[in-house]
Design a protein around this ligand. Structure first.
Ligand code: CMX
Ligand code: CO
Length: 146
């Protein structure tokens, strides 16, 4: 079951400048930063609020580390902006399988590593009314489930 908006992923050319915009304009502080080599991004997670399922909602700011990455290609075509939305679930494997059964393309056979030790997968934007959609199980949810 999808129980929260885990994050909104925003593609930017300059992570440090974009982080500074979110801090100066809204007062959001950086909760976590990392480089995800596999996804081809340097990212910052800004926590907006905690959620009733024990998780939280974040803004995920993404700067490509390679031009041929998903975010690099998208930025070259569209410029900066909202790149994807992510729903949180305690069971990314089960929810991805259920969505796949409904005929939506799930991009990964098995969920991969996302921010802060989470497990993530993506649904093809062409099957989701133009929205690249991510499903996430946070690391804490995995610990609680086992
Ligand atoms: N939102 C909506 N539509 C998108 C999109 C996005 N973010 N990215 C691509 N598309 C659309 C394009 O506009 C294009 O549509 P048209 O053919 O109508 O022009 C179509 O999808 C194909 O686009 P493309 O540029 O050829 O891109 P690819 O097919 O090579 O890749 C996708 C698209 C979704 C498969 C790829 O972006 C992907 O694998 N994404 C998942 C991984 C990811 O995004 N990682 C970064 C974030 C990591 C994180 O959140 O932790
Ligand atoms: Co994301």
């Amino acid at each position: 079951m999808l129980t929260r908006i885990d994050h909104i992923g925003i593609a930017c050319f300059d992570l440090d400048r974009t982080v500074e915009f979110y801090r100066a304009t809204y007062g959001f502080e950086v909760f976590h930063t990392e480089v995800n080599e596999e996804q081809g991004v340097r990212e910052a997670m800004l926590k907006v609020n905690e959620t009733s399922d024990g998780g939280a909602s974040y803004i995920q700011l993404l700067e490509p580390i390679r031009e041929d990455s998903a975010v690099g290609k998208w930025l070259a075509r569209h410029g900066e902006g909202v790149h994807h939305i992510a729903f949180g679930t305690a069971d990314v494997d089960g929810d991805a399988a259920a969505v796949r059964d409904k005929g939506v393309r799930v991009l990964y056979e098995e969920p991969r590593r996302g921010s802060m030790g989470s497990r993530i997968t993506f649904l093809h934007p062409k099957d989701c009314h133009g929205v690249l959609t991510e499903l996430v199980t946070a690391a804490a949810e995995r610990r609680n489930a086992h």
